[in-house]
Ligand binder design. Sequence first.
Ligand SMILES: CC(C)(COP(=O)(O)OP(=O)(O)OC[C@H]1O[C@@H](n2cnc3c(N)ncnc32)[C@H](O)[C@@H]1OP(=O)(O)O)[C@@H](O)C(=O)NCCC(=O)NCCS
Length: 152
Amino acid sequence: MNITLANSDVSSQCEAILRSLPAWFGIEESLLEYVRDTALHPTWVAHEADAPAFGFVTLREHFPSSFEVHCLAVQADRRGGGCGLALMQTAEAWAKARGARFMQVKTIAAAHPSEAYAETRVFYERAGYLPLEVFPDLWHPRNPCLQLIKAL
Ligand SMILES: CC(C)(COP(=O)(O)OP(=O)(O)OC[C@H]1O[C@@H](n2cnc3c(N)ncnc32)[C@H](O)[C@@H]1OP(=O)(O)O)[C@@H](O)C(=O)NCCC(=O)NCCS
């Protein structure tokens, strides 16, 4: 598996990855925003040799000291193979080398019954992220937001 900083247009490959994960990216408007953002913010893709990407992560810089995992996704049939962790480690190392001290991520909080997002929270915990705060209304009262953070 290679992980490279995307320096050409990878948006269609990232769109295919997101479309393989309807339990997480089922809202068309947000999916298209994540696709568009791959060209606007630092994005790494995971791929084999010259094959299309099967995973990607996009970061957003809020301040030089703090970045956010804006979008992270691994093709449905490649989940559980270490790609997500490898993408996170690459993006975190890049931010740290630029002087960043913190990486945050927002996801759906445990008050929501989604089993899919329960898996996501387990992943972030395994990646070293700690819960910081729940924002019940940031997105929508039906989708409480959990903010997690990791010191780099
Ligand atoms: C979350 C996601 C990016 C993780 O990537 P991945 O390649 O599947 O994860 P990895 O193989 O690197 O797993 C790392 C650890 O996460 C945990 N984990 C991964 N998949 C899991 C699952 N389905 N259920 C529970 N824990 C899981 C495990 O602890 C694993 O560590 P281990 O292999 O030592 O046991 C990926 O599964 C995905 O795209 N999920 C759907 C979309 C999503 O949740 N995006 C994130 C924010 S919206």
